[in-house]
Design a protein. Structure first.
Ligand code: 4NP
Length: 153
């Protein structure tokens, strides 16, 4: 499986999703390729937000070597599943990819946890530390679902 996690800045939510899923895939012995990207490009080249790094580290996952990059339309050629952290992210992916947008590959991330409900991962960027802990838990639960769903493919 080749999976891309996408949020707006690629510094808060999708780096956690990348780090958590990589960690779980490794524990399961799965040779998956997992990356993350952001639609807005404001933070290209930056490490994840220090609070995303902190909650990951508290959960024994190291994401400090990740660097933000911008989502591109060619990502639809290179990945099997592209998970949008929120509905505004999915809209931006559509706007960037245009005719390359593939609805069979693009999915709201939380639909793997709560199918068909079209929920978004809250953006912790605007708030204090507890928001990052909540987001970690939500992303971790969803990554468990993704592993169970695709580990035999
Ligand atoms: P993220 O959070 O999409 O989870 O990385 C954000 C980080 C930065 C901005 C927006 C969201 N920003 O506009 O700079």
């Amino acid at each position: 499986m080749k999976i891309l996690m996408v949020c707006l800045g690629n510094i808060c939510r999708s780096p956690l999703a990348e780090g958590i899923l990589k960690h779980k895939a490794k524990m399961e012995g799965l040779n998956w390729q997992i990356d993350s990207a952001g639609t807005n490009g404001y933070h290209v080249g930056e490490a994840p937000h220090h609070l995303s790094q902190k909650v990951a580290r508290l959960n024994h996952i190291d994401i400090c070597d990740q660097r933000a990059r911008r989502f591109t339309r060619n990502d639809f050629d290179n990945y099997d599943k592209l998970y949008a952290m929120a509905d505004d992210v999915l809209e931006e992916m559509h706007a960037i990819a245009k005719e390359k947008f593939d609805p069979a590959k693009a999915e709201l991330f939380l639909n793997e946890l709560h199918p068909g409900t079209h929920q978004s991962v809250p953006d912790p960027w605007y708030g204090p530390e507890p928001g990052y802990h909540e987001v970690f838990k939500l992303i971790e639960k969803t990554c468990n679902q993704i592993i169970s769903k695709y580990k035999h493919q």
